[in-house]
Design a protein around this ligand. Structure first.
Ligand SMILES: [Zn+2]
Length: 356
């Protein structure tokens, strides 16, 4: 109900020029919109997870809207310097991509080049080196691919039951069970990949073809090197996509991630911008991040950033399939951030950083 009312208000505001008036205002000039994306589909990923993936044509529509409405897309580092100096140009925004999937290089990057729009990629590095599909995501994707089937869990030696995969909630439970099983049994990356292969075989999905398509794989070092440093800033997202509550483990995650980025991109710059994996935040992390020389941290809390914000807890707007063009325009102008919305809470951190 709240969402329907909000969408109606945004459509009405756009039709009477409300967005145009606000985007040129002093209020908007003092704010920075940081947009967040994860993946742009190579195939049908947006049908599997429309919050994580959008199709390439929708992404291009977003870039066209940004260009046509005269927004100033700044590199993140420059934008944050100017935000805190009170020197942002009008209609400022930044684009960020979390994780650094192969589809960024294959689909998003050519579009960003076409529109001349700079972007920050927050790279999680373990799978960039390992070069196989990200385990938990591929597990969920395989179950969705086989949603008209029943999975015999016993054949995977995980549980005794057989499960019909038609319902989303059931698939989520099964995926969480499989991930928990791998974690509790100390599975290595190879063990996990072998489990994905067995799962795909049980479900009648061609795993080798999926691996060859590079769906749900992270960009390799050679793909990172090929990105134009003038267009793509590569920043921190932890090595294994986790933020442990243990300081030693936490620091190791950032250091491994930072070292990999420096070697992988062959750039001399030290990464100093960070994005919380899975939106997991804690006040405990802030002094640890400062000690590591990290200057900014982006969350998944929706909003526009302003000078008063703690730089290690910056809001972003997560764009996804369900966001209409009027809602997107409402976020560009800032109007949508003024509308009431349901309060979301960040996932709780854990000692190991593992969430399932
Ligand atoms: Zn992530």
């Amino acid at each position: 109900m709240l969402r329907a009312t909000k969408l109606m208000a945004l459509r009405a505001a756009r039709s009477v020029g409300g967005c145009a008036a606000l985007r040129g205002s002093r209020w908007r000039r003092e704010r920075l919109l940081i947009l967040c994306y994860h993946g742009i589909s190579l195939a049908d990923e947006h049908c599997w997870n429309p919050e994580l993936y959008i199709p390439g044509n929708l992404f291009e529509q977003r870039l066209a809207a940004i260009s046509e409405q005269g927004y100033n897309v700044l590199p993140l580092d420059d934008a944050l310097n100017r935000l805190y100096a009170g020197e942002l140009p009008p209609q400022s925004l930044c684009l960020t991509f979390d994780d650094g999937f192969h589809d960024f290089a294959a689909v998003a990057y050519p579009l960003l080049e076409k529109y001349g729009i700079p972007v920050t990629v927050y790279l999680t590095s373990f799978y960039s080196k390992y070069r196989r599909p990200v385990f938990d995501l591929m597990c969920s994707y395989l179950l969705w691919k086989a949603r008209d089937r029943t999975l015999e869990m016993a054949r995977l030696r995980i549980a005794e039951r057989s499960v019909a995969l038609a319902q989303r909630g059931v698939r989520q439970d099964v995926a969480a069970n499989i991930c928990r099983f791998a974690n509790e049994n100390g599975y290595s990356a190879d063990d996990r990949d072998e489990l994905l292969c067995r799962l795909a075989s049980e479900l009648g999905v061609d795993y080798n073809a999926l691996v060859a398509s590079r769906i749900l794989q992270i960009m390799s070092a050679s793909e990172l090197v090929d990105l134009d440093p003038g267009l793509v800033q590569v920043e921190l997202h932890t090595h294994r996509h986790r933020v442990p509550l243990d300081k030693v483990l936490f620091r190791r995650e950032i250091r491994q991630n930072r070292d990999y980025i420096r070697l992988g991109t062959q750039r001399r710059m030290v990464s100093t911008h960070f994005c919380y994996p899975s939106g997991v935040t804690s006040p405990v992390f802030l002094p640890w991040l400062r000690e590591l020389g990290i200057r900014s941290g982006t969350t998944c809390r929706p909003g526009l950033a302003c000078r008063a914000d703690e730089p290690l807890m910056l809001p972003r707007f997560l764009d996804m399939c369900g966001v209409s063009s009027s809602e997107f325009d409402g976020w560009l102008s800032g109007l949508a951030s003024k509308m009431p919305r349901r309060r979301l809470t960040d996932p709780e951190p854990t000692a190991s950083g593992i969430l399932v």
